[in-house]
Design a protein around this ligand. Sequence first.
Ligand code: PMV
Length: 342
Amino acid sequence: MKNTIIWESPSNIALVKYWGKMGVQLPCNPSLSMSLSASVSRFELTYSPKKPGEKDLTYLFEGKENKAFEEKLSKFIDSVSNDLPCLTKYQLKISSSNTFPHSAGIASSASAMSALALCLCSMQEAIDEMEMPRDFFLQKASRIARLGSGSASRSVFGQYAIWGEMEGQTESSNYFAIPFKGTIHPTFQDLQDTILMIDSSPKKVSSTAGHELMVDHPYADARFQQARLNMVELLDVLEQGDFDKFTHIVENEALSLHGLMMSSNPSYTLLKPNTLIAIERIKNFREKTQIPLCFTLDAGPNIHLLYPKADEFIIQNFIKQELIELLEEGKYIQDGMGNGPK
Ligand code: PMV
């Protein structure tokens, strides 16, 4: 019996943000993300029948023990054993690695939890000796990934993914993500993402704490409504190819996310002075050249620059001339839209 499973899953960048949750890891508003191509987590899982006196889980991150992450994984694996009964009978050896550095503004929880969920679902299939239809398999993996990290539910799919119930998308769900099934305009089929490393120090406030602060946030209702409207508009933009409209919505989402952090109680900010200087320069460059260039932010100070492949050369020059001095050790990571896990 084959007892080793390997999955590589990408991180994703949210274009419409998930910020605020309810119940068991369910989103307060729908979100939309683009899967990345170069920034991936690789998980290798080996399973064998449980033996008394032996550990249920042994975990290595980039070849080394990592007790904090092992504990997190162990809790997560216990929490999904009702859905994946094989987990009660087998012990696991897991090793994982990322192709991207820590705290670079790339969500490693999204890529890691989705890769792990895919491994666990494949393991259940192998033990049951029954292959599920691919759509069902991915839906299940997305649901399991969601329980590890909300945004991980979207990493199970390539290109653009929707998580959360929304108007006009009858298959959408709060429990799992779905791939965007519309016809993507060529402008958005090869979208580039250059991740500018402004600051790689660990975040002062975790995303878990940030989601919690939305519970009593004075702007919560307005925010969830704004996201619902942005979703409907942005899906239309992906089909129509209007980059100006895309920029308007995506930047509004990024700044709203950080506005929510700054106006929560207690308030906090994750942006750094250089984030704001870079944003100013990006806007000036866009106005001056009329070249399509859009920024977004995750829950951190680093900037994702989004632009069509056709403008890669000129934007790389802009980065080298005007932005590089604002970056930590001049570092940035080149990525772009990807086709999902493998
Ligand atoms: O999936 P979590 O719990 O790490 O939260 C992710 C939150 C954001 O990355 C800021 C937004 C998103 O939709 O990915």
